[in-house]
Structures are given as structure tokens and as C-alpha cells.
Design a protein around this ligand. Structure first.
Ligand code: SF4
Ligand code: SF4
Length: 265
């Protein structure tokens, strides 16, 4: 429907929200240098704290949510964002898997708080860092630490066109082979998370001769136990296998307890 004041169709309202995170995924949006003006022209940026303190009231057509739920305040905010948003997209490893801060989920949080803060009684924190989808329905997820600029643009243009975004679900190995990269695990015995990690980065690390450490999180239907067994054959200790899976996406369900399961066999 057009705006009766100027006869133009109102642009969809896009909001960007930040929870517990480093802002890197929001910076990926700003990093769309060449495309940003076209994106900004096609939508009304209603809230984007990384860019401006100005905020237009909801409801919003699309909300991009960066960061994990780590405090009681985060829990209230995500409920409100969900109420105000027609489409909610969780962006990045924090919002989709709890992020690097989810490493605390394997430890005694109160012990960590006491070790880090001089006045721990002022800290309000949850026992776990969790993904957005643990608390509210999420329409789409963009993986990565940080997210892929190409996937972000695909998602925004798809939503503007009213079609489903074309996002990969296959493994990084597939992308790695399509790029013609020599497998670091086969050729050099270097542990690589590629066989269980979702494609999206262009196999950046194997192309530079190092293993993937999984910043795009688990692919669809991964087999991490099998990969962990292969790593043990390569000589990794159970502790090293656990560390390999416990990085940005440590709390993603397929990666959570793989090393412990290996240990128990
Ligand atoms: S280098 Fe890693 S991502 Fe590439 S094919 Fe080998 S295991 Fe897969
Ligand atoms: S190869 Fe793995 S660790 Fe490297 S950028 Fe891609 S997903 Fe991240």
C-alpha cells in the first residue's frame, strides 16, 4: 500500500539488535561497502546501534539479532524483539549457538564470576549462554563468526523479493573440493573440522594450509563422532579433540559432548 502523503510504497523496516557479542556480525553488514547503499535504499533502517543512536519504533519487518542470551535482561529483550518483528533472523555463532561465551556452559559460572570480578555481587548472569532459538521462534539463521557478507546479502535480497534465501547446508569439504584445495587432513594429517562444518567461507583456512576450526558451526546431519575417531587415529589426545570442538560453536548440539563420548568408549 502506498503512503498517501507522497504516493510511494513504504520501505520495509529493518532493525539490528545486539545481545552478548563482539559486534563483528554487525560490522559485516557495514562491510557490504559496494552494496550497502542499495540495501539502505531498499529498506528503512529503523534501529542499528552500531551506526546510529536514532531509533524508529516498531513493529519491524525484519530483525537481525546478533549475540547470545546470557543475562535476565537479554531474556526480556529477546521476547520484546520477537513480539515486534515479522521476520527474526539470528546472525552469527553467538545468536545461533551461544558463541565463544558458551564455553562457560561447561564450567562453574559462579566460580568464574568470583575469579573475574572484584564485586561479583553486582553481576547478574545466567548459568548458560544460549542461542536465540532456545527462547523464541527464529525464522532464519546465518552462521559464522563472523557471518558471511555474501550470505547476508542473499538473505536480505531474498526477503525483499519475497522468496526463500538460498543458504548452504552442506559441509565445508564440498566447498573445499569445489575450490580445488588440497585436503590438509589427507595430505598432511592436520585435524580439520571441515567434514562436519557448514559451508560458507570459501574454505578459507584449508586454502591457506591449515585446518578449519568450525566457525560456521555444524552442517546439516553431521557425524562428529566419526571425525573425532579419525582425529584420535591421527594422534590427538581426548583433551585435544575436546578443544577442537569447543571453539565458537561449542554449545551447538552436535559438537557439545563429542569428545566426552569418545572418551567413554
Ligand atoms: S581440508 Fe578440511 S575442509 Fe578441505 S576437504 Fe580436507 S577435511 Fe574437508
Ligand atoms: S575454514 Fe573453517 S575456520 Fe576457516 S574461515 Fe572457514 S569456517 Fe572458519
Amino acid at each position: 500500500m502506498s503512503d498517501p502523503r507522497n504516493g510511494k510504497r513504504p520501505r520495509p523496516k529493518l532493525a539490528v539488535w545486539k545481545l552478548a557479542s563482539c559486534d563483528g556480525c554487525q560490522l559485516s553488514l557495514l562491510d557490504c561497502e559496494d552494496e550497502l547503499l542499495a540495501v539502505a535504499g531498499a529498506v528503512e533502517i529503523a534501529s542499528f546501534p552500531e551506526v546510529s543512536r536514532a531509533e524508529i519504533a516498531g513493529p519491524y519487518d525484519v530483525s537481525l539479532v546478533e549475540g547470545s542470551i546470557t543475562t535476565p535482561h537479554d531474556l526480556e529483550r529477546i521476547q520484546e524483539v520477537r513480539r515486534q518483528s515479522r521476520v527474526l533472523v539470528a546472525i552469527g555463532a553467538c545468536a545461533t549457538a551461544g558463541g565463544i561465551q558458551a564455553l562457560r556452559n561447561f564450567a562453574d559460572v559462579q566460580g568464574l564470576v568470583g575469579a573475574v570480578y572484584g564485586r561479583p555481587e553486582y553481576i547478574r548472569t545466567l548459568e548458560r549462554s544460549t542461542p536465540v532459538s532456545d527462547h523464541v521462534p527464529v525464522d532464519y539463521e546465518l552462521r559464522g563468526c563472523p557471518i558471511s557478507k555474501a550470505q547476508l546479502l542473499e538473505l536480505v535480497t531474498a526477503l525483499l523479493a519475497g522468496r526463500a534465501p538460498d543458504l548452504p547446508t552442506s559441509s565445508l569439504c564440498q566447498e573445499c573440493k569445489q575450490m580445488g584445495v588440497v585436503c590438509v587432513m589427507v595430505a598432511h594429517g592436520t585435524p580439520c573440522l571441515g567434514p562436519v562444518t557448514q559451508a560458507g567461507c570459501g574454505a578459507l583456512c584449508p586454502a591457506l594450509g591449515r585446518g578449519c576450526f568450525g566457525c560456521f558451526g555444524p552442517m546439516e546431519a553431521p557425524n562428529p563422532d566419526s571425525l573425532a575417531a579419525r582425529w584420535r587415529e591421527l594422534g590427538l589426545t581426548p583433551e585435544a579433540v575436546e578443544r577442537g570442538f569447543h571453539t565458537f560453536n561449542a554449545w551447538a548440539e552436535p559438537f557439545r559432548d563429542v569428545a566426552r563420548r569418545e572418551d567413554g568408549r
